[in-house]
Design a protein around this ligand. Structure first.
Ligand SMILES: Cc1cc2nc3c(=O)[nH]c(=O)nc-3n(C[C@H](O)[C@H](O)[C@H](O)COP(=O)(O)OP(=O)(O)OC[C@H]3O[C@@H](n4cnc5c(N)ncnc54)[C@H](O)[C@@H]3O)c2cc1C
Length: 388
């Protein structure tokens, strides 16, 4: 493993996924220097190379809708800014409800979304085929649809960011494990790498599903927890499906890529923690095949090409941890994105960079601040739309 080229950096980012690389990008664009990004694995080895590519703005919390909306704008500009086509296609997100209660939940989300100026639609069952044909709608009572949501290919987003940050002078070290920080008088003084220490006053914890482990290594009890989620891709078939489809009852989600493959998953409960690694299970293949072919019968004869898994990084209230950790000056949390970090990364990481630079942020610390779970438990807003 190569050691870093310098002894001191302005900021060291731990994790070269979408969150770490976007954070480094915002810092580099702000003229901060020098910035180091370390990742103990390979590019896209974490959730950023294992996700469904969904990008939606339909959330229960207005602040999350705003972050998602700003991120959609960023992904629309991505090709021009980073020189890589991420195939961002705004084919919409279609949510399906199978009970009056589920429909009521979707309506609550829609109220928030509309208040933020986005035009979502409530659909009756008979209107749904206009937005997604080929679905077996027995049991579906209605849904909601937002056209400007969409899907993208995660890999070129990572490649574009990786090349761009390096061209801006950011040093990215792959295969470099961060084992902790050095601190004195409650302030970060440096980062420990397997090759030795590096001096810095700012460390960003963008280690995704492993960020709670890294917080612990730095002496900070985490409030986020990793959970494993499985996903698969089928053989390609002639394009027929524009939106990402999400069913509330079981968390089934799927979209069709521009190559024709169906990519999707559904919520199975696995014990929390990263210890078992990232295998796929026969239980998932059975459950997913059953759910998918029940809703889209034409997929019944289609072969599954690949199945894999990765970690969501969940917080108790479903909102990410963004900003300086009040327990350690110079330690910035950029994690807790659940299963939605790709779609929130461009806007959220701009706020992470602002925090590092000591600039004011429009994010409410009661919603996103890493210190919000410290102290006695109290009633707080919850982002319940943890779907798709
Ligand atoms: C099955 C699945 C489907 C998903 N679908 C979607 C979706 O449709 N849309 C969406 O927006 N999001 C989705 N997500 C979530 C999304 O992928 C993540 O929220 C996002 O990629 C997190 O990015 P990250 O950069 O924080 O973490 P990661 O991409 O996981 O990167 C973290 C990096 O940190 C490195 N690391 C960890 N510990 C250390 C250490 N000690 N030292 C050095 N490096 C370290 C790891 O090697 C890793 O590369 C999905 C996730 C999964 C698993």
């Amino acid at each position: 493993m190569m050691p870093p080229s310098r002894e001191r950096y302005h900021t060291v980012v731990v994790g070269a996924g979408i969150v770490g690389l976007f954070t480094a990008y915002h810092l580099a664009r702000a003229g901060v220097g020098p910035v180091l990004v370390v990742d103990r694995g390979f590019l896209s080895g974490g959730a950023s190379g294992r996700n469904g590519g969904g990008v939606r703005q339909q959330w229960e919390t207005a602040a999350t809708v705003r972050l998602a909306r700003e991120s959609v704008d960023a992904y629309r500009r991505f090709g021009g800014e980073f020189g890589y086509n991420i195939w961002f296609r705004q084919g919409g997100y279609l949510f399906l409800a199978e009970s009056p209660n589920e429909l009521e939940r979707l309506r609550r989300v829609r109220t928030v979304v509309e208040r933020e100026g986005l035009r979502s639609r409530e659909l009756t069952r008979s209107e749904i085929p206009r937005y997604a044909n080929g679905l077996e709608l027995d049991g579906v009572v209605g849904g909601t649809f937002l056209q400007s949501d969409g899907t993208l290919y995660p890999f070129p987003a990572i490649w574009g960011l990786y090349e761009t940050v390096r061209s801006l002078g950011v040093e990215v070290l792959l295969g470099a494990e961060a084992t902790g920080v050095s601190a004195s008088q409650g302030k970060v003084r440096g980062l420990h790498l397997a090759t030795g220490p590096v001096a810095t006053d700012a460390v960003v914890n963008a280690a995704g599903g492993w960020s709670s482990e890294f917080s612990r290594r730095c002496g900070l009890a985490p409030s986020n927890t990793p959970t494993r989620h499985e996903i698969l891709a089928t053989e390609p078939l002639k394009p027929f499906l524009d939106p990402m489809v999400v069913r509330l009852s079981d968390g089934l989600y799927f979209s069709q890529t521009m190559r024709g493959e169906i990519v999707g998953g559904l919520t199975l409960s696995h014990p929390p923690g990263t210890a078992p690694g990232m295998p796929s299970s026969a239980r998932f293949l059975r459950a997913m095949s059953r759910a998918l072919t029940q809703l889209v019968p034409r997929l019944a004869t289609l072969g599954i090409l690949r199945a894999w898994s990765g970690f969501y990084d969940d917080t108790p209230d479903g909102l990410p941890l963004i900003g300086e950790d009040p327990r350690l000056i110079g330690f910035f949390q950029a994690n807790g994105f659940g299963g939605h970090g790709f779609m929130l990364a461009p806007a959220s990481t701009r706020r992470v960079a602002q925090a590092v630079l000591g600039q004011p942020s429009d994010l409410d610390p009661a919603l996103f601040g890493p210190g919000r779970f410290l102290g006695p438990p109290r009633e707080r807003p919850v982002e319940g739309a943890q779907l798709g």
